[in-house]
Design a protein around this ligand. Structure first.
Ligand code: PLP
Length: 394
């Protein structure tokens, strides 16, 4: 028996466990400190009433012989949910075929599992900083990874004219952690690059629901010809608070690689996956009803208001930041040229607020810091006031 040697190449300390240890140590030393966590990207509002009602109904169905659902007829997902997603995309001008939509238990699983379809010899291009999972998935598989710096100079939106040749590129827009969001115009250049390089774009649209400014893309498929070069991964976690309920979806177009990737993904899913729970799929379907959408927009507005509160505090303190408009994340430059871990410790000490050091998302995150708007509104106000007061002492 031989172990996969590439696991030894993974970065030892996982960002969020390092943060958890630091906070636990601080709380032990200062039990009186009321620490507010604006660090991890989990949501705080509960599922919408339409979603829980649909799930209750589905649970009841599962308890009766006449309405019980066993193995899912298609591992690809129930038609009722795939059709709801198809209509959601049509609402922003993207026509999908039902065969192109695959339901999953979340974006994280699909982002890892999709790599089954590609040879180990492919070179991977990953923006820096970005959601760390893309890098770790490929380190585990032993693939060569190239990095594409996202900096203040390029607006945290690297363009293909700065890109080396690669076979697979990850694009996360709106971006975690920077909040930077590509326009449809900018994505046209990436689609052209992918065609010229015979490459595939893995487009992570987990935060598409936060896009609110005109001209910005919610889906890579808003770009003509993108179906020939892109796979899109999305999630119910951020739009509808499914972080603990688990549901997502992936679009693998028929036009991509002459339909081969769609066929291979179907084969992969039918072999290694038995689908998402009926009850969960019914809950996800309810997200797209008129009532569900209304409730969900209220939740998104709640988080947007949190982002505005944090942004106002930073404005008043004269700290540079971006994000928070089309994204739940605020990405700030650490004041006084502090390093991002140094600022983490400083903020914990002086404001009792926890955020995420930028360099946890890649070397280009050095000197930056992420705050999340997914917290409780009152606690976010309190955190913003404390951050402002602490910054005033610098
Ligand atoms: N993609 C990005 C960019 C994320 O930030 C996250 C979670 O924070 C995910 C995917 C994971 O989504 P899911 O909960 O659907 O697995």
């Amino acid at each position: 028996m031989q172990l996969n040697p590439h696991y030894a190449e993974l970065n030892e300390s996982y960002l969020f466990s390092t943060i958890a240890h630091k906070v636990a140590d601080y709380q032990k030393a200062h039990p009186e400190a009321d620490v507010i966590r604006l660090g991890i990207g989990d949501v705080t509002l509960p599922l919408a009433a339409s979603v829980t009602e649909a799930m209750h109904k589905a649970v009841e169905e599962q308890g009766h012989k006449g309405t019980f659902h066993g193995y899912i007829p298609s591992e690809q997902g129930y038609e009722f949910l795939r059709d709801a997603i198809r209509r959601y995309y049509a609402g922003h001008g993207v026509e999908l075929d039902m065969s192109e939509i695959f339901i999953s238990d979340g974006a994280k699983s699909d982002l890892g599992n999709l790599l089954d379809l590609f040879s180990q010899d492919n070179t991977i291009l990953v923006p820096d900083p970005v959601y760390p999972v893309y890098v770790d998935d490929n380190v585990m598989a032993g693939r060569k990874i190239l990095y594409l710096p996202a900096t203040a100079e390029n607006g945290f939106l690297p363009m293909p004219d700065e890109a080396p040749h690669a076979d697979i590129v990850y694009i996360c827009s709106p971006n975690n952690p920077t909040g930077a969001t590509y326009s449809v115009e900018q994505l046209k250049a990436w689609v052209a690059w992918a065609k010229a390089n015979d490459a595939v774009i893995l487009f992570d649209a987990a935060y598409e629901c936060f896009v609110s400014e005109p001209g910005l893309a919610r889906s890579i498929f808003e770009v003509e010809g993108a179906k020939e070069v892109a796979i899109e991964v999305c999630s119910f976690s951020k739009i509808a608070g499914f972080t603990g309920t688990r549901c997502g979806y992936t679009v693998v177009p028929q036009a991509l690689a002459g339909g081969k990737l769609n066929k291979m993904w179907l084969r992969r899913q039918t072999t290694k996956f038995n689908g998402v729970a009926y009850v969960v799929q019914r809950g996800a379907e309810a997200v797209f009803t008129d009532e569900g959408m209304k409730e969900i927009q209220q939740n998104l507005d709640y988080y947007r208001a949190n982002a505005a509160v944090i942004a106002a505090a930073l404005d008043e303190a004269g700290v540079w930041y971006c994000g928070g408009k089309n994204s739940p994340y605020i990405w700030l430059r650490c004041p006084n040229e502090m390093g991002s871990w140094e600022f983490f410790d400083w903020l914990l000490e002086h404001a009792h607020v926890v955020g995420t050091p930028g360099e946890g998302f890649g070397p280009c995150g050095k000197g930056y810091f992420r705050l999340t708007a997914f917290g409780d509104a009152e606690r976010t106000k309190e955190a913003a006031a404390r951050i402002k007061a602490a910054l005033a002492t610098l």
